[in-house]
Design a protein around this ligand. Structure first.
Ligand code: BES
Ligand code: ZN
Ligand code: ZN
Length: 492
């Protein structure tokens, strides 16, 4: 989708569909009257009859029948002025994008007159349109391709001078493909997305200036003593992989960041088998790894001056004949041992290796993304990710990046006292805690492997997968985390 800016008045725009956002109960302040004068009050009449108030997402479609250069008008409500935020623009744009597809409009125009923060709002409109166009239909025999919007013109008198706006929009255009790639990787069936497949996809998509990918096979994983990954992989007939993606920017004096993503391509629970219902969506369990691939794949395009290494331990978690058993003990490369009492708490087992390995490089910051605990979903619900950190500045920066990106993160505490809950009778710790505070226990186990490196753990078990369609994302993988991480990296 090509984005252009035009400095022009509303009645001059030639387009298939002209989108006019209006504020609830302030319809008289919109440029609607320009049209209505020439249409002799017909739009006002429609508004009255339809009792259209401009509440968020409400729409009114009007064909201009050749009276204006714009073939059709879509009047769309933004809701109450005081409640409009960047996500409002994203949702409204998404809705408009769907209406455009429905009428086969290829060239659309968006009247752009937000009250404040116009740069963010314009970028949010573009973002909403790009996210809303996503579909995952390769396994449907009867899917008809949605109408493609080829160009979007943002216009209002005086708009073309907006340089900051163009930059914000370019960033969005370079970021969203990473989100959509992540959605694709998550939505793919779990017998397609094996560890081997994930490695191959990383190699395929992480190309470009400064990017390189290494995919370690079982031999190398053994020689590197990644004991947690090998333990979880024992129940599977698929080989594990350890993916390392490196981005080396050309500039000097840069920060070094490690990203670590959980790559369980299917979580059956292992011998501590999950009930059938809980297993239905467990292809989502590589969402953290997919988000790392998605984010890394965009680094050359965003041209960031940060050195970034992505680490993705990946395997499925199955209860095959050689599977690890409750009671087994894993010895890690940093010398620490974990007694495995529940094989369904496997994410922390494979992340421990990766965090220890990444921490050895002494990065300035280390961030891991993982669909780690059902407890985090209980605590924060399906839309909010849990954030844990040993470094408050990093936590604050990530919270802010998430807010700006339109993703929700909420910090939860690393409660030292709860270390009691993971004491083991035979090893340094066990892999499960007590009945309460499961998201915290899991985070405390991860913390044992990061040393003193500034680190943040994002538990994305809730927001990485949508249980129902929404304006910005169909049911399935959401690509959560990619936008936040890329914003954070570009803020360094
Ligand atoms: N992959 C799951 C966590 C999960 C649950 C992700 C729901 C997305 C939605 C993880 O490996 C797991 O099974 N965790 C257990 C831990 C427990 C055994 C201590 C859980 O949360 O129940
Ligand atoms: Zn599990
Ligand atoms: Zn899991």
């Amino acid at each position: 989708m090509d984005v252009q800016f035009r400095d022009m008045t509303v009645d001059r725009v030639k387009t298939d569909l002209l989108i006019l956002p209006v504020v609830e109960r302030e319809l008289d302040r919109s440029p609607l009257y320009v049209f209505d004068r020439r249409l002799k009050g017909k739009i006002n009449e429609r508004i009255r009859k339809a009792k259209f108030t401009g509440s968020e997402g409400s729409t009114l479609f009007y064909s201009t029948a050749g009276i204006f250069p714009a073939a059709n008008l879509l009047i769309i409500g933004l809701g109450k002025a005081e409640e409009i935020e960047p996500d409002t623009w994203r949702r409204v744009a998404a809705r408009a994008r769907k209406e455009a597809s429905a009428v086969g409009a290829e060239e659309i125009a968006f009247y752009f007159a937000p009250a404040r923060e116009s740069e963010n709002a314009a970028a949010a409109v573009v973002e909403g349109m790009l996210l809303a166009a996503y579909q995952f239909t390769k396994y449907r025999s009867n899917s008809k391709p949605a109408g493609e919007v080829k160009s979007l013109t943002l216009f209002k008198p005086g708009l073309s001078r907006a340089g900051g706006m163009q930059k914000a929009i370019r960033e969005v255009q370079q970021t969203i493909p990473g989100v959509l790639l992540t959605r694709d990787l998550v939505n793919e069936p779990p017998s397609v997305t094996t560890a081997t497949f994930l490695g191959a996809q990383a190699q395929r998509y992480c190309r470009g200036r400064g990017l390189s990918v290494e995919v370690w096979g079982k031999k190398k994983i053994e020689s590197m003593k990644l004991a947690g990954l090998l333990a979880v992989n024992r129940g599977s007939s698929e080989e594990p992989r350890f993916i390392v993606i490196h981005y080396q920017p050309s500039g000097k004096k840069k920060k070094r960041v490690a990203l670590v993503g959980k790559g369980i391509t299917f979580d059956s629970g292992g011998l501590s088998l999950k009930p059938a219902k809980s297993m239905e969506t467990m292809k989502l369990d590589m969402s953290g790894g997919a988000a790392v691939i998605g984010a890394m794949s965009r680094l050359p395009h965003l041209n960031l001056n940060v050195e970034v290494t992505g680490y993705i331990p990946t395997t499925d978690n199955l209860p095959g004949g050689n599977a690890q058993k409750p009671g087994d003990v894993i010895r890690y490369l940093n010398g620490k041992t974990i007694e495995v009492l529940n094989t369904d708490a496997e994410g922390r087992l494979i992340l421990a290796d990766a965090l220890a390995l990444a921490a050895r490089q002494r990065p300035d910051y280390m961030i891991n993304l993982a669909t780690l605990t059902g407890a985090c979903v209980v605590a924060l619900g399906p839309q909010v990710g849990g954030l844990f950190s040993n470094h408050q500045w990093l936590a604050d920066q990530l919270t802010r990046s998430a807010r700006e990106a339109g993703e929700k993160l909420w910090q939860l505490p690393l409660v030292k006292e709860y270390r009691e809950h993971i004491k083991s009778s035979v090893a340094d710790m066990k892999n499960v805690g007590g009945p309460h505070g499961g998201a915290i226990t899991a985070a405390l186990i991860l913390q044992e492997f990061v040393g003193d490196v500034p680190w943040a753990h994002l538990d994305i078990a809730g927001p990485s997968f949508a249980e129902a369609d929404s304006a910005l994302c169909p049911k399935g993988g959401t690509g959560f985390g990619v936008r936040t991480v890329l914003r954070f990296l570009s803020s360094l």
